[in-house]
Design a protein around this ligand. Structure first.
Ligand SMILES: [Ca+2]
Length: 146
């Protein structure tokens, strides 16, 4: 929740801190879990499919766009920073963790779900330190955001 900075020019007010895409796969692969092909019906992802993490609840501030698991957000300067998350995938669920290395309290976010992490029910704002991309769309076995 950042509202104290002054003079944030419009063009830089939404810095994109991380893009884990084909262009940065060398870096991304260091933090990515293997995601073996799954025998399932063909599922086409929207373009660009990504897990979007927003600094502020209203979507303002910095944005982190993840297309692969992130084992430690400290590496990207986005640790304990996300206030809102949007899973813009049709085929993948993700698990959001309080600690790095996929540890401690966690919630699974379903495909196309948007979550205000500061809601009292979750109390998960400014806490995410790692995210794991699952191989399918199911959150089975994980706690969810309702
Ligand atoms: Ca944390």
């Amino acid at each position: 929740m950042n509202s104290t900075k002054k003079h944030r020019p419009a063009l830089t007010s939404r810095r994109l801190l991380g893009i884990l895409s084909a262009a940065t796969m060398t870096t991304a692969s260091l933090f990515a879990l293997s995601t073996p092909a799954q025998a399932q019906a063909v599922c086409i992802e929207p373009e660009p499919a990504a897990l979007y993490l927003y600094e502020n609840r209203n979507g303002s501030g910095d944005v982190f766009q993840a297309t692969a698991s992130v084992i430690d957000f400290r590496v990207f300067g986005f640790n304990d920073k996300a206030s809102r998350v949007w899973n813009k995938y049709d085929c993948r669920a993700w698990v959001l963790y309080d600690d790095n290395q996929f540890e401690d309290r966690h919630y699974c976010i379903r495909p196309n779900q948007t979550v205000d992490l500061h809601r009292e029910a979750w109390n998960f704002g400014d806490k995410i330190s790692s995210v794991k991309k699952l191989t399918g769309k199911s959150c089975s076995g994980y706690p969810t955001f309702g």
